[in-house]
Every structure is written in C-alpha cells, then in structure tokens.
Design a protein around this ligand. Structure first.
Ligand code: SAM
Length: 417
C-alpha cells in the first residue's frame, strides 16, 4: 500500500500503520468521532496543548531536529561542559535497564514516523483544524468535588433524546427525561447522540454509550450477576500516586493498595477478557503490578505497549533518555479467563509482541482510544463489550466508570456536524 493510500485510509480511520516497524500512529479525534452522529469533536479543542506554552518545551531525539534546532546544539554544548552525571541508585539502574530494553523498538518506531513524509506534512493541519479559542479549563464543572459533597444525591441530569419525526429528516423532536447524576447507571440505548443538561451546561452523550459516575466505594454497581454479561475489553487508567500529579492537583489520587479492590476479575467475560493497564515509569509500581495487582485480578501472559508522544512536527515531546521525564508511557496488556493454549484455533489473535503507538497528546493525562487498534486481539463474542475504569470520556459501545466520566463530554469540545 502506497504512502498516499495509507494517508487516505488514515484520514478515514485515524490509524496510520507505519511500514517496517509494526508501529501505528493515531489521531484520537478521528477515532473518537466515530462515536457521534450529529456532533463532532473539535480537533483544536482536543489538541489544545499544541497551542499553549507548556507544549513548547522538550527536544527531539532525531536526526531531523538535531540538524534543524540551534537550541538543541546549544544545550548539547552546555551538557558537554557539565560534570558527569551522578551514579544511579539500585532502583534507577533497574528502570534504566527496562528503558534500554525498550529503546531500540521506540527508536525504530520513531524513525519510521519520520520517514512517512505525507503523514508528517499532514500533522500540523490535523491538529489546527477548526481553531477555536477555548476557555474550557476555568468553566468546566468539577464533578469530583460535587460528587463527594452532600448535594450529590440531589443532582439530576435532564437527558434529551433526539427522535426524528420521519426517517429522512434531520429535524426532530426531543424526548426529555430526568435521572440522578451520581451513583446511577445512565445509558443511551438509541443509535443517535443524546444531550444531557446539568446546571446550565450541556454534555454530548454518544449513541449506545453508558456511564456510572461514582467513587471507588460504589464501583460494585457495575458487576453483573451473569458472567456472560461481562466485558471482553477492560481498560484501566488508575489515579496512581505520583509527585507530579499531586503537585498540579489535576485529579485526586489513591494509594496503590486500593486498586487491589477493583473488581476487574468479576467484570471479565467468562469467554475471556483483554485487560489494558496504564502504568507510570516508576519501578516500584511495576513490581507491585507484576507481583501483586495482576495476580489478584487474575491477569496472565501480559506484554508491554509503549505510547510515544510526539509534537505536531513529528519530533518527540522530550529527550528519549531523560531519566525521570520519558516522552513515553507504558501499557501492560494481558488476559483474564484465557491462556495462550485456549486461544489456539480461535478467531482472534493472541497478543504476544511488544508494540509502539504514537500520537500528539491532548489534555494532561488524556490517553488515546485503544479499542480499534486492539480489536483483533479481543476474545469472546462480537461486538466486544468494553469498559473503561477511571474514565473521563464516553465512547459508543463502551461503559465508562469513574468520578468524572463526563469531564470531556462538555459541549465546548464539540461542534454540530
Ligand atoms: N483515562 C483518563 C483519560 O484518558 O482522560 C484519565 C484517568 S486519570 C489517570 C484517573 C481518574 O481517576 C481521574 O479522573 C480521577 O478523578 C479518578 N479518580 C480518582 N480517585 C477516584 C475514586 N476514588 N473513585 C473514582 N475515580 C477516581
């Protein structure tokens, strides 16, 4: 498939498969937009960090920017004059060894991106499409605060389901109904987007999506009595304790041991589930996950995916080898209720190799959508039943749970199609 065909297919699907490295480049906006019929996410609202000062730091690890960036040359000269770095301690040595193991794969993926000239030319246009000045951060509702206040049980959302008066007409009537906002499961069963109104703000709810906005204490509300109703894809992005998140107070964090009580095994489908866990680069956390958390959830045979973050010119958002600020995050991907042996002869592919995905990051800690990329590796009946734990957005065909699953559903992020 030629580069221009691959770009055309990317414009359609949001996934660009890079020749040679097995890596994929994603446009989360295109992928997420498949969830909506009457609305669309505004690219410049998703990629808002591309336009702010926070995104301008960092340097790339490539020949391309090495040649073009005088700043980099200056820093390199300065580094050469600086004294030798201190010796690494025991934990840092293990982390460094893990990084060195991943490095060739990351570099090969990045090199293949830099060779995809058509895609690189397209990226700045992709992120700047439909530029809007957003004041999202200061006006957004704080669901975390509201959900933990005494007012929470009284909060109601008015749902507005769009009903077409006749099949061919886009004009329609709105069927309205009210429902408690916290600690209750809210579903959009229609094949059309719904709108939710709450305290003078509007939220766009994608067709066939479902959410539960609650604290971890009420997560049991998601468990079905019947295991055939379980989920085939379970994505978990926990609020790990981490100096950086605590400093910025972007969201509350929880002690690691609390995640042992997440009912991941109870949520898994009896015919098997693919589990994806986002994890930070802290060595202590890897040990906890591999030795305690995965065994307690029943997750086996896991492999690693890397999410390499790039700027809109294709360069990395930071130096690849910077010890405490890697420009990539890791996902551990494994199976529940399924072994490699059971998977032989099945219709889905058993995931074994490590992979790299790349994208231009959106808001702080916002992760790229994964279902489409992973669809061939999900066991069990189709269409797969998918759930995200600690979600901040809704997706068609998914259940989203967390204390702020409507965070990115505010109408300011959308425009009408
Ligand atoms: N995956 C998300 C995304 O891509 O935008 C980011 C999730 S963020 C790492 C973790 C989320 O867990 C935050 O929304 C945070 O508010 C939520 N959280 C923290 N403590 C919680 C609790 N006790 N119960 C439920 N959710 C909690």
């Amino acid at each position: 498939i030629s580069e221009s065909d691959e770009l055309r297919s990317f414009e359609d699907s949001g996934i660009y498969r890079l020749a040679g490295s097995g890596a994929a480049f994603l446009d989360p906006v295109r992928i997420l937009n498949e969830s909506y019929r009457r609305f669309r996410l505004v690219p410049s609202a998703y990629y808002s960090r591309c336009f702010g000062p926070s995104h301008q730091g960092g340097e790339a690890e490539t020949e391309r920017t090495e040649e073009t960036s005088p700043k980099r040359k200056k820093r390199k000269r300065k580094r050469e004059r600086e004294p030798k770095p201190r010796e690494l301690n025991e934990v840092e040595r293990i982390a460094e060894a893990r990084h060195q193991e991943a490095r060739p794969l990351l570099l090969s993926a990045h090199r293949s991106l830099l060779k995809a000239e058509y895609l690189l030319e397209f990226l700045p246009r992709m992120t700047k499409e439909d530029v809007r000045v957003l004041d999202v951060e200061c006006n957004l509702k704080n669901f975390v605060e509201l959900g933990s206040s005494w007012r929470a049980p009284f909060c109601e959302m008015t749902l507005c389901f769009h009903k077409s008066s006749d099949e061919d007409s886009e004009e329609g009537i709105c069927h309205r109904t009210s429902t408690p906002l916290f600690n209750s499961i809210i579903s959009v069963e229609e094949n059309d987007d719904a709108e939710g109104e709450f305290q003078d703000r509007c939220y766009i709810l994608p067709r066939q999506s479902c959410f539960l906005m609650s604290d971890l204490k009420h997560v049991g509300g998601l468990i079905h009595d019947n295991y055939d109703q379980g989920y085939n894809l379970i994505v978990v992005d926990p609020p790990w304790e981490n100096g950086c998140v605590r400093q910025k107070v972007v969201y509350p964090t929880l002690p690691n041991r609390h995640f042992l009580y997440l009912p991941v095994q109870e949520l898994a489908h009896s015919a098997g589930a693919l589990v994806v866990l986002w994890i930070t680069n802290r060595e202590k956390l890897w040990k906890f996950v591999e030795e305690e958390l995965f065994p307690s959830w029943g997750v086996k045979e896991h492999t690693v995916f890397y999410w390499l973050k790039v700027k809109q010119d294709g360069s990395l958002i930071g130096d690849l080898d910077l010890l405490h600020h890697r420009p990539y995050e890791c996902l551990l991907v494994g199976y529940i209720n399924l072994n490699k042996e059971d998977a032989r002869g099945s219709k889905f592919k058993f995931l074994e190799e490590r992979r790299v995905i790349m994208s231009v990051p959106g808001a702080h800690s916002r992760k790229p959508p994964l279902q489409k990329l992973l669809s061939q590796y999900i066991p069990g009946p189709k269409p797969a039943r998918c759930i995200e734990l600690f979600a901040r957005e809704l997706v068609s065909g998914w259940t989203s749970w967390g204390n702020e699953p409507l965070r990115f559903q505010d109408a300011v992020y959308f425009s009408e199609r």
